[in-house]
Design a protein around this ligand. Structure first.
Ligand SMILES: *Cc1c(COP(=O)(O)O)cnc(C)c1O
Length: 424
């Protein structure tokens, strides 16, 4: 695997100090600076990225790495996809923000294309994934009161254990991950947690107060947990019978990652609301959305919900270009085809450093033998081999390359993984 020459503008320097005429800071200096001035809510791998293209990133010393995290799937189309960068540049030169106090000439086209792509009717544009989840919680509750007739303040939402839906106080309140929750209460009531991949538990949890069942079609942060065949169709059937909404959080699983536009497509399931984020902004701007049924989203009247930046023309232009890429079907196809290469590359490692793994499209959760080290330590050894991955829990690493990665690059990364696991 050979690294291409990345666009470089060394005169810009690699740190803020260059402008003062001081010496540019190296990786170690920038990491020390970050550690002294940034709230310590992250523990990044010790690499300082300065530029990137496609599946490659380059650090401030000019070392190159294959990016197998792809911004937690925000970079499904790779770094700086030319079509997306072009759309952003063109929009930057025309109009960037109006707020929804006024209309803008980019929003309607974006929403029409996104609704058509996902087979839904209406779009509620937001910015981050957590905001899309919060918006869906609000919509589901309002729908429960206005349409289903649930008594005021009694609406419940059924969620799955080991979920990851974001970081706001309401959302971490129904997380089962103590690291995400502890110390942030008191939490909003109205959520019922059931085991994932357990239809009987959902059946038992829904009742006349249930506004929605909210879950990830594949649990990403939990370690790429793929439910049994028939689970999503079963959730659809139970929610239909119970007269509550099915809300699918496709913020990580959606937009090509699993080999189809949405992960629910693999079971021919149409949820009432679908949450999108991450890749919707093409790795350029934060863009999220709730897409869903007209009779559900229209419970939001003027003034009941909003966002200063939601639906801004720059986001809409980039989001529209993202939808344009997905309309070709090329990225979904690549994810499906390269997903087979990924699966076939991981299979021989079982028993040779890998305890178990799960894949869905170009997305894998790999449980490494804990005797070889934590996920973090494996990540550090892969970093030394020129491959970037992120651990999830314990000894599980997640592999989610840009869907633009070539087969050769993927083979190279898998060879590096095999080397790390067998030399451990
Ligand atoms: C990342 C993620 C979120 C939160 O998105 P942010 O943009 O970080 O707020 C929500 N749900 C899922 C499934 C995610 O993977």
């Amino acid at each position: 695997m050979t690294a291409p020459t990345l666009p470089s503008d060394r005169s810009e320097g690699s740190g803020p100090s260059r402008r003062d005429g001081a010496a540019p800071r190296d990786s170690a200096g920038l990491i020390r600076a970050e550690e002294s001035v940034l709230a310590p809510n992250y523990h990044p791998l010790p690499v300082v990225v300065a530029r990137a293209e496609g599946a490659w990133v380059e650090d401030v010393e000019g070392r190159r790495y294959l990016d197998l995290l792809a911004g937690y799937s925000a970079l499904n189309f790779g770094h700086r996809h030319p079509v997306l960068v072009e759309a952003a540049h063109r929009q930057l030169d025309r109009l960037t923000l109006t707020s929804r106090a006024f209309h803008n000439d980019r929003l309607a086209g974006f929403a029409e294309r996104l609704a058509a792509l996902t087979g839904q009717e209406m779009v509620l544009p937001m910015n981050t994934g957590a905001e899309a989840v919060e918006s869906a919680v609000k919509v589901a509750r309002k729908w429960a009161y206005d349409v289903k007739g649930v008594p005021e303040d009694r609406a419940t939402i059924v969620v799955a254990a080991d979920n990851f839906h974001g970081r706001t106080t309401t959302i971490v309140g129904f997380s089962t991950d103590d690291t995400a929750r502890a110390g942030f209460g008191p939490f909003a009531p109205g959520f019922r947690v059931v085991p994932y991949n357990d239809l009987a538990a959902i059946e038992a949890a829904v009742d006349a107060t249930t506004a929605a069942v909210l879950l990830e079609p594949v649990q990403g942060e939990a370690g790429v947990i793929v439910p049994d065949d028939g689970y999503l169709a079963g959730v659809r059937e139970i929610t239909r019978r119970a007269g509550c909404l099915f809300v699918a959080d496709e913020i990580q699983s959606g937009l090509g990652r699993t080999g189809s536009t949405l992960a629910v497509d693999l079971e021919d399931v149409t949820p009432d609301l679908v949450l999108l984020g991450k890749a919707l902004g093409g790795g350029i701007v934060p863009v999220s959305a709730v897409v869903g049924r007209r009779d559900v989203l229209q419970v939001l009247g003027p003034g009941t919900h909003g966002s200063t930046f939601g639906g801004n023309p720059l986001a809409a232009a980039v989001g529209s270009a993202v939808v344009g890429l997905l309309e070709t079907g090329e990225y979904q196809r690549r994810a499906a085809e390269l997903g087979i290469v990924l699966r076939d590359g991981l299979a021989p490692l079982v028993g040779r450093g890998v305890v178990a793994f799960r894949t869905r499209g170009l997305w894998a959760g790999v449980d490494v033998d804990p005797a070889l080290g934590t996920g973090r330590e494996i990540g550090e050894r892969l970093l030394a081999e020129g491959v970037l991955v992120k651990d999830t829990h314990g000894s599980t690493i997640r592999i989610a390359p840009p869907l633009t990665i070539t087969e050769d690059q993927l083979h190279g990364a898998l060879t590096a993984l095999a080397r790390v696991l067998t030399s451990g």
